[in-house]
Design a protein around this ligand. Structure first.
Ligand code: TXA
Ligand code: MG
Length: 302
């Protein structure tokens, strides 16, 4: 079953039932070396799933849960291997969405839930994206409307020192550092099909069907005139002057707004059969880190 969270929709199953979890991998077409996040309703739910709960996990959970923070910790022995993809660690998150929390509480189980899309596709920020991507591979979608944050949770690995951000997300690293001291931000995406330093961090991910290219704002118009195919220009905050460049779409000029709107825009452009997306390189700065990360992956060559 798919359900809304505050980040993206998840495809959920009983995280302690290996057969149920196996069906998630099948439905997504997800490689078995890519572990899943277990979603819990509260701190007690998380503590029941780990071999040890460091004080930093307690501090971060008290401050940011429910919310878009996933913590990687040493797994308790009863966590099925298929959830961990053979790793000694487990990823845990308490989502800030009433439907997700109600579902976890009603089942009384931690829910294994990846983003509810086919592997390597664009994550769903609306229920209709789930239906479009998974079709009959999902039996039920709980529609909670558009998600708030729009990109996937920040993943922090607390099983090693220094702590390391494995995936940037809505919570910026400095917010985490303020509570637990210096952390690394890992950016070593590897190619698909190779042994992965951090599982699931494939370089091509979140990819639209259209060819996506990131360009400095001044080159957008010129590049848009090259191709004969259907081209759409995307900028942040302010449209390009003039209409010579053809079709244009705008994402908000603030990072929060742009994150919330990004996946719906990419889904729309795919549905419209756009061939090329020429997008302005997002601004520098920590607030834009997650957006830059997703766009870099979406633009990576297959
Ligand atoms: O916002 C989110 O996190 C969404 C919603 C549904 O909660 N979920 C999500 O799940 O994005 P998924 O499976 O699409 O991405 C989870 C990422 C994957 O890159 C996976 O490799 C990583 O988390 N991950 C899971 N368990 C891990 C572990 N034990 N160690 C390192 N990385 C892990
Ligand atoms: Mg995903």
């Amino acid at each position: 079953m798919a359900f809304p969270t505050e980040t993206v929709y998840g495809l959920g199953a009983d995280g302690l039932n290996p057969e149920a979890v196996a069906r998630i991998y099948t439905a997504k077409g997800r490689p078995s070396n890519n572990p899943l996040i277990l979603h819990v309703a509260d701190i007690d739910g998380a503590r029941a799933l780990v071999a040890s709960w460091p004080p930093e996990a307690q501090v971060l959970a008290e401050r940011f849960w429910p919310g878009p923070l996933t913590m990687v910790l040493a797994a308790a022995p009863h966590i099925p291997e298929i959830v961990r993809a053979g790793n000694p660690t487990v990823a845990l998150r308490c989502p800030a969405h009433p439907v997700a929390l109600a579902l976890i509480r009603a089942t009384g189980r931690p829910l294994a839930a990846p983003s509810a899309n086919r592997s390597q596709g664009i994550s769903p920020s609306r229920a209709e994206h789930v239906v479009k991507s998974l079709g009959s591979r999902v039996d039920l979608v709980l529609d909670g409307g558009p998600t708030k944050a729009g990109v996937e949770s920040t993943i922090l690995d607390l099983s090693r020192r220094p702590f390391r951000v494995l995936r940037p997300g809505p919570l910026a690293p400095s917010l985490l550092e303020a509570l637990v001291g210096p952390i690394e931000v890992w950016s070593g995406a590897v190619a698909d099909g190779t042994v992965q330093a951090a599982p699931g961090m494939a370089s091509r991910h979140y990819a639209p069907k259209a060819h996506l290219e990131l360009l400095p704002r001044p080159s957008l118009l010129a590049r848009s005139q090259e191709g004969g195919n259907r081209v759409v220009l995307v900028t942040f905050g302010t449209p390009l002057p003039g209409s010579g460049g053809g079709e244009q779409r705008l994402l908000p000029g603030n990072a929060e707004g742009a994150m919330a709107a990004l996946y719906a825009l990419l889904h729309d452009l795919d549905a419209a059969g756009v061939d090329r997306i020429l997008m302005e390189i997002p601004p520098d700065g920590e607030a834009w880190m997650a957006l830059r990360d997703r766009l870099r992956r979406a633009a990576a060559k297959a």
